[in-house]
Write a protein that binds this ligand. Structure first.
Ligand SMILES: Cc1cc2nc3c(=O)[nH]c(=O)nc-3n(C[C@H](O)[C@H](O)[C@H](O)COP(=O)(O)OP(=O)(O)OC[C@H]3O[C@@H](n4cnc5c(N)ncnc54)[C@H](O)[C@@H]3O)c2cc1C
Length: 478
């Protein structure tokens, strides 16, 4: 009979997760499948359907499939196989990509969140709602709840989001965000509202996703439920004071003013909007570490590495973290939590930095692509395409297994020498270089896209904004 640990009251490896967002829920699933006893604390009493569109990439989907959560997610996601990048004023299609190469399955964040929560509960993992974690205790890993109760475990994982209190414990200081110089107005509304407008109605005929790019601005539009629900997000320059919030109301009229002379198909949809959010995009320097001094408290998801919306990887990287951390803990064994968490950090850090960078890279390319290009002039479609395909090939669980021996051996050596390097100090000159897939792989994807467009033609090409008749697509899917 395995001995029962008097601290945790169980012989199993016990995991406390703080936060039941998508990151915390993914982590709960991964830990459960690794055979651990998991408990989740969430300060919110009841989740509302908050946020708007969120993408889950193939890198996350293959892990979620292993955790029994794939079907629900696929059912929620936008069914268009492709998305189109358009010229801001004419709506002309400049490039087309697989939706899976953009953001994967895009659905309402609240619906995905509910699917994650449902799966966690199905697995019998307790989520204590309305339970704020007031204090983290790192040597004897435990958390103190608002009630004063102390809950103990073998590891405490802070999946507590962008305003993480766990991060302060891990770092020993408050990590303040900076203004990124950009903000988004974001709106989510019934698709039926667009039906009365001759231009905007084309965006809700069937599931679709489009991006209009112009000088220093872009608008992303997405539908859910085959056009029943409609979402637009405009990213613009904004130097206003930082208020890091997912609930700050904005004025849709202010958003419309920014794009008054843009393609009426999207601008008219924006004009039909009653409410929107004003979401300041804040920037955080990469953290020096995600792991506390004892190694028994660690960060995961947005608390460790928030992503820009243009990376479309915030939730997916939290899912990858979960798989990697669970694998490392399992391979390390119960007495080696610090070795496991430091190995997790070393394995994840460089990759996450590059996935974060994709968001900035894309925004820069979209905001500059048309600055010197006249109407009708050709631009190279590749110059504005998302370059995320390298991200999607990754299997975080298999990768952790494969690299465990080499990376954990190195960490053990550093632990024995009493000096573990910070992950940022090990990055090379190429720290921000975004990998590319091979030309052959890209050619194969482009071939698939041509067929996808034939099977699922866009509801308008934008050349003639009054036309409902399709014109041929030029330059989009080369
Ligand atoms: C309200 C909201 C709306 C969003 N909308 C979008 C969107 O439309 N599109 C998009 O791409 N991304 C959106 N995001 C971000 C996206 O959900 C995250 O990038 C991704 O899911 C990974 O998040 P996470 O689980 O690491 O953190 P979060 O989703 O922030 O979850 C953290 C959780 O921890 C809980 N928590 C924090 N402190 C404590 C504590 N002391 N005790 C107990 N619980 C605590 C929080 O209540 C929260 O539920 C949104 C996030 C939020 C919070």
């Amino acid at each position: 009979m395995p001995e029962v640990d008097p601290r945790t009251g169980t012989d199993k490896f016990k995991v406390i997760i703080v936060g039941a967002g998508l990151g915390g829920c993914a982590c709960a699933m991964a830990m459960h499948y690794a055979g651990f006893e998991v408990v989740v604390y969430e300060k919110i009493k009841k989740f509302l359907r908050l946020g708007d569109s969120l993408g889950l990439g193939e890198n996350a989907l293959r892990l979620l499939e292993r955790w029994g959560c794939l079907d629900k997610i696929v059912a929620i996601g936008n069914k268009s196989p492709v998305f189109h990048m358009r010229r801001y004023d004419t709506g002309e299609i400049l490039a087309t990509q697989r939706l899976l190469d953009m953001a994967g399955y895009i659905g309402h964040r609240g619906d995905y969140h509910q699917a994650f929560i449902d799966r966690v509960l199905e697995l019998g993992i307790p989520i204590h709602m309305g339970t704020n974690v007031a204090k983290y205790n790192e040597d004897d890993p435990s958390v103190t709840l608002d009630s004063g109760e102390i809950a103990q475990a073998d590891i405490v994982i802070g999946a507590d989001g962008i305003k993480s209190a766990c991060r302060e414990l891990v770092l020993g200081f408050t990590d303040k965000p900076k203004s990124s110089g950009y903000a988004c107005y974001r709106a989510y509304m019934p698709g039926s509202r667009l039906k009365s407008d001759p231009y905007a109605k084309r965006l809700v005929e069937k599931d679709c996703m489009n991006v209009w790019i112009g000088p220093d601005l872009h608008i992303v539009q997405n539908t859910c439920k085959d056009g029943e629900e409609f979402n637009w997000i405009i990213t613009h320059k904004d130097e206003a004071d930082i208020l890091e919030s997912w609930s700050q109301p904005g004025d849709p009229k202010e958003a419309v003013k920014l794009v008054a002379d843009w393609d009426p198909t999207i601008v008219n949809a924006m004009k039909l909007t009653e409410t929107c959010l004003d979401w300041k995009i804040v920037y955080r320097e990469p953290l020096p570490t995600w792991i506390s001094r004892s190694g028994k408290v660690c960060l995961l998801g947005d608390s460790a590495h928030p992503h820009l919306p243009t990376s479309a990887q915030g939730a997916s990287q939290a899912v990858e973290d979960s798989a990697c951390l669970a694998t490392c803990l399992k391979l390390a064994g119960k007495g080696n939590v610090r070795l496991a968490t430091l190995t997790y950090e070393r394995m994840r850090y460089a990759r996450v930095l590059k996935t974060q960078k994709t968001g900035e890279d894309l925004r820069i390319r979209w905001h500059n692509a048309l600055k010197k290009v006249q109407k009708g002039e050709h631009i190279e479609p590749d110059s504005i395409k998302m370059r995320n395909a390298w991200i999607y090939k990754h299997d975080a669980e298999a990768d952790a297994r494969e690299r465990w021996q080499a990376v954990s051996k190195q960490i053990q050596k550093e632990m024995d020498a009493g000096k573990v390097s910070l992950p940022a100090d090990l990055l090379g000159e190429d720290r921000y270089d975004i990998p590319r897939i091979s030309a052959e792989e890209q050619a194969e994807i482009d071939r698939i896209v041509v067929q996808m467009v034939k099977d699922y033609p866009p509801s308008y090409t934008g050349r003639d904004t009054t036309a409902t008749v399709m014109a041929p697509i030029v330059g989009g899917v080369a």
